[in-house]
Design a protein around this ligand. Structure first.
Ligand SMILES: [Zn+2]
Length: 268
């Protein structure tokens, strides 16, 4: 069944047996395209809720010799012992920041909030990259933080959306409980013009992603939310119901935000 941990294990097994080099976000940014001789795989996880599920995926990846990048919310999923355990397996840990949301768009306050959250996570583990959290309930884009400060101000080497050249990787995300760029994928959008997006196979199920990892020549960047990947049928059913409800709430918020901005009610 899709979005079960056994299916994630299949993805890890296929990744490990492929000729791909699995790099963390920080390693990918540090390596530079000219230094990469093999096809690359980036596994990124945004830990929005249920941090114990991140431990599950981290352990599976570790079994297969894979290292991923885990972004934690502060304070939402900041569980120091668990985060240290994940980092101890060799995974990268970063901040899943939501500072503009927290400050309701007040940028000076957002910068201050970001500094505080980064400091709290760095008290647990070293942090060199960050990724924005996309909350459909707010009208803000947390990436706007970088109009008021720079990554270098905080000795950061990358932002998981803004620092990657999405013209040179195939990006797939499980946002919306599928692998499609559809109406449920509102804020998890990549900053690259449509004409520069690489041609990529359409993937509906994780089995399709596995085929791409195995066979496609391009570098691949996969985002998952560990809370979605479950080990029992009951947990899976509860997660599926929650995702379905959230998807329709997203549509409602999108319509609301568009009305506030006096833009047409077109969901796309
Ligand atoms: Zn998130």
């Amino acid at each position: 069944m899709d979005f079960m941990l056994d299916k994630y294990r299949d993805l890890c097994a296929a990744s490990a047996s492929s000729s791909r080099e699995c790099l963390t976000v920080a390693e990918y940014l540090a390596s530079g395209s000219s230094n990469r001789s093999r096809r690359t795989l980036i596994l990124r996880h945004d830990v929005d809720r249920f941090p114990k599920q991140a431990l599950e995926t981290a352990r599976i990846e570790s079994e297969y010799g894979l290292r991923a990048t885990y972004y934690f919310r502060v304070p939402g999923t900041l569980v120091p012992e668990l985060i240290r355990e994940i980092a101890g397996m060799g995974h990268e840990v970063g901040l899943h920041y939501e500072s503009v949301d927290k400050a309701r768009g007040e940028m000076a306050e957002a910068v201050s909030s970001f500094e505080g959250d980064l400091g709290r996570l760095r008290a647990v583990v070293p942090v060199s990259t960050v990724a924005m959290h996309g909350n459909p309930a707010t009208p803000f884009d947390n990436r706007d933080l970088w109009n008021s400060c720079g990554l270098e101000d905080y000795q950061l080497t990358g932002e998981a959306y803004l620092s990657i050249d999405f013209g040179s990787v195939l990006y797939y995300s499980d946002t919306g409980r599928n692998w499609l760029e559809d109406v449920f994928n509102i804020k998890d959008t990549i900053p690259v013009p449509v004409e520069k997006k690489p041609d990529r196979p359409v993937c509906d199920h994780t089995d399709d992603i596995i085929d791409v990892v195995r066979d496609h020549e391009s570098d691949i960047y996969i985002l998952t939310h560990p809370e979605r990947w479950r080990s029992t049928t009951i947990e899976w059913a509860l997660s599926a119901m929650a995702d379905t409800a959230v998807n329709y709430i997203k549509i409602c918020f999108q319509i609301l935000h568009r009305r506030r901005n006096h833009t047409p009610d077109v969901v796309a």
